[in-house]
Design a protein around this ligand. Structure first.
Ligand code: SF4
Ligand code: SF4
Length: 202
């Protein structure tokens, strides 16, 4: 290839990459802004698509204050940054009468069913200051009990505030949801509370 031809093709290639670059710049220039003038503007739910806020537990559909978590420890093992601490719930302590009944059954040679620990966490702590939001815990949870929150406005003045009690957070969220529903439709909440109380008593 002659020197002139090579120079010509070099110029064409450079011009083409300039056009491609300008196209990208132009597209982003006319696209809608993705940044907001907070606090004059606030984030809408549509703008939260794909946003990863600090983790939160997902509640059971019938009892939103209780987590779907089965305390399997998969998230603890999967987390590369050791942000999660889960303490399994212990088996309920048998009463004196139950202990006596078990002892007597053992003496009779009968099979004794000792109280089992419920498959739920007694504590679920999360340190957001260490979390890289990599998603390993969410992806490995067999009970789909974890998700990212949409807490875009989280600010703290002390690093300790980033250590979160996710069970307490879930309880507070469930209470807030009931309070919000009570404002919208007080009769529905009253009926649901009565139904739940009746279920607890039976
Ligand atoms: S998102 Fe990643 S770093 Fe954060 S708690 Fe889950 S596994 Fe750990
Ligand atoms: S959140 Fe999921 S992975 Fe973690 S302990 Fe609970 S059930 Fe297991």
């Amino acid at each position: 290839m002659s020197v002139i031809k090579k120079k010509f093709w070099d110029d064409v290639t450079s011009l083409w990459s300039l056009i491609v670059g300008l196209k990208v710049t132009g597209k982003n220039f006319v696209d809608k802004n993705v940044t907001l003038h907070y606090p004059r503007e606030t984030v809408t739910s549509g703008q939260l698509e794909g946003f990863r806020g600090p983790l939160e537990l997902i509640g059971k559909p019938k009892d939103p204050a209780k987590p779907k978590c089965i305390a399997c420890m998969m998230c603890v093992t999967a987390c590369p940054s050791k942000c999660i601490t889960v303490v399994k719930a212990k088996a309920p302590k048998p009463t004196e009468a139950e202990l006596q009944a078990m002892k007597e059954a053992e003496e009779r040679g009968e099979k004794v069913n000792k109280p089992k620990a419920p498959k739920e966490p007694a504590k679920f702590l999360y340190d957001f200051s260490l979390c890289s939001l990599c998603g390993s815990c969410v992806e490995n949870c067999p009970a789909n009990a974890l998700r990212y929150s949409s807490n875009v406005y989280l600010t703290v003045t002390d690093r300790k505030e980033l250590k979160m009690d996710l069970l307490a957070r879930l309880g507070a969220q469930a209470e807030a949801a009931v309070a919000a529903k009570a404002v919208e439709s007080p009769k529905d909440v009253e009926a649901a509370t009565t139904e739940k109380e009746a279920g607890t008593e039976s």
